[in-house]
Design a protein around this ligand. Sequence first.
Ligand code: EPZ
Length: 422
Amino acid sequence: MDGIILKGGAVLEGTVTLGGSKNAALPVIISSLLSADKCSYRRVPGLRDVSTTLRLLSRLGVTIEKDLLADGHLELTADKIHELEAPYDLVKTMRASFLVLGPLLARFGEARVSTPGGCAIGSRPVDLHLRGLERMGACIRQDHGYIEARAKELKGAVIDLAFPSVGATENLMMAATLARGETEIRNAAQEPEIVELAAVLTGMGARVGGAGTGVIRVEGVPELHGMEHEMGPDRIEAGTFMVGAALTGGDVLIEDARADDLKAFLAKLRETGVRVTPGPGGVRVTGNGRVHGTDVATQPFPGFPTDLQAQMMVLMAVADGASVITENIFENRFMHVQELNRMGARIALDGNRATVRGVPELSGAPVMATDLRASVSLVLAGLVARGATEVSRVYHLDRGYENIEGKLARLGADIRRVQRDD
Ligand code: EPZ
């Protein structure tokens, strides 16, 4: 498994370009199952999670006409679906595979999808997805680790989500596009990825309203047609590079970053004393001497995103003063803390709360990645730690960041990828 070696001390300067949004691309690519026509996507990020999704879709019978690696262009046609099962070996490697349930059920009346099971950051149940589909008339059975769903025809329904789950909102919104009648999803997730998926479904002929608010209404239609879409920029990648600029006291323009998609995060970044300047070309982040500690609590959008919690913790680890970071979305999303403490951070955990006491500097060390955002926080820590840091098991990193070592090197970081046969 590959590793990444960094030497701390560089100041990041220059311009970085963002890849297409991973968390929008996965549901958007899966939405191609809803139509027999060709769907064409551009700026699709070359990530492991995208390749896993394509492997799953081709196993179902989707024709993949364009090579993803050629400038992020992808053409999918789901006119010869011959399989309605998403197998455990694929769903366990990437839980977003569970999003095929709604489209398969809506278009073909049945689906057999492995339950995703937990992962490093939490148990991650799918009860909200299943209860919502049952409200729409699906019969759901669970055995041998698989969900078996059947529905002669899905009916529109009013669905109250107990929690604004991103995945449940996406699964139910896609299922509702082909249901008979109107569906109303209340307490829906409001993330920008929901808005992008709704725009793609609308482009396919679906009738979706309210995306980006807490109530989404979908009027079912008999069928959907193909569409073309260029993915928007990855806002979590944007936030990650903003922390890198703040950490190193640098000056970086994150090209094409959308400030409106990161309001709560940018407000917190400003509270630490970092200069944040949104502009037509993207968002510029400039270090401003030492940063001050500030408290952070993750929340569903438009609150502070859980996917930027680990990155923010690194900035707080070397800030002046103390910070309390509360993780309200996942029950075990502090896997990076022990590794950061091995690098000299002073972070104490108490349930879903981390108290971070800023230290003058971190020291480089061999550390291990455990999940996607934890692994990138270790890379960020290596940027400012004294001496060398080696992050192992970076396949976690490759799930959500395309060539991050190349992008950081271009900004001035001393970083390289190494082959390891461990
Ligand atoms: C999406 O995961 C993202 N993944 C996650 O990003 C992100 O952290 C998360 O939304 C929250 O913003 C993709 O979009 C592919 P949820 P998802 O359903 O849909 C509980 C990354 O690093 N829940 O909003 O799985 C669940 O256990 C990844 O890019 C239920 O209880 O998130 C969790 O505690 C990590 N029952 C909370 O809701 C359900 O049926 C949020 O989950 C569904 C969820």
